[in-house]
Design a protein around this ligand. Structure first.
Ligand code: 5GP
Length: 220
């Protein structure tokens, strides 16, 4: 990571990786935003959740989710293999522990595309590492249009998703940052700014202590 501007070449102790948590009601653009954020910051690792729901057309196992059956999911719960998990729409979703711990230990940032329950659990488990960002749609009507345009789900499923979207939005004030995704390019820029500012946070740059000691040593 020698060309990482957030490391000091003089103090290669590195920085702490962060858990960059993105939540939004489905249809607010969170998945696309997190993918584009990764394009801009290829050093980021995305946390691929496990789920017991079926893959939608176009979804790839291991990239969008790890698709498993309920028995395998429950075995992993028993083995303490999840950082957090939740039951959403009759299906289980969970964040596998090992890839996250590996990435953070390497000083890499991990993005999480998870709901408010997961965000809350992650922040409780790792209060110093979690940065929570909530993405709001500009209007509920637009959200409904986006969900319909996906065309992959039946009308009653869409209705349930809208009800759930409203419930998700009601947790907006538990987040550190809130973005309104009216203009995609602007929303992406705002999320990118948050990521970069959070990388500069004092507590994520442990090498600063030695740096300042050396500054004062110059007086001697
Ligand atoms: P979808 O089925 O549309 O992909 O996701 C449904 C909901 O589950 C979304 O709100 C998504 O953020 C959430 N979700 C996805 N992965 C996880 C996870 O690992 N943990 C939790 N708590 N929620 C998740």
């Amino acid at each position: 990571m020698s060309n990482d501007p957030y490391h000091s070449p003089r103090y290669p102790g590195g920085r702490r990786g962060m858990m960059f948590v993105l939540s939004s009601p489905s249809g607010a653009g969170k998945t696309t935003l997190s993918k584009r954020l990764m394009d801009k910051n290829p050093d980021i690792v995305i946390s691929v959740s496990w789920t017991t729901r079926a893959a939608r057309p176009g979804e790839v196992d291991g990239r969008d989710y790890v698709f498993v059956d309920e028995a395998r999911f429950k075995d992993n719960i028993a083995a303490d293999g999840f950082y957090e998990y939740a039951k959403v729409f009759d299906h289980y979703y969970g964040t596998p522990r090992a890839p996250v711990e590996e990435a953070l230990a390497e000083g890499r940032d991990v993005i999480f595309d998870i709901d408010w329950q997961g965000a809350r659990l992650l922040a409780e488990a790792a209060p110093d590492d979690a940065v929570r960002v909530f993405i709001l749609p500009p209007s509920l009507r637009l959200l409904a249009d986006r969900l319909k345009k996906r065309g992959q789900d039946a009308a009653d499923v869409i209705e349930r998703r809208m009800a759930r979207a409203e419930a998700e939005i009601s947790h907006w004030d538990e987040y550190d940052y809130v973005i309104v995704n009216e203009d995609f390019a602007r929303a992406l820029e705002e999320i990118d700014l948050i990521l970069h500012a959070e990388r500069l946070r004092r507590t994520r740059r442990p090498w600063l202590e030695g740096f300042v000691e050396d500054l004062f040593a110059e007086r001697k």
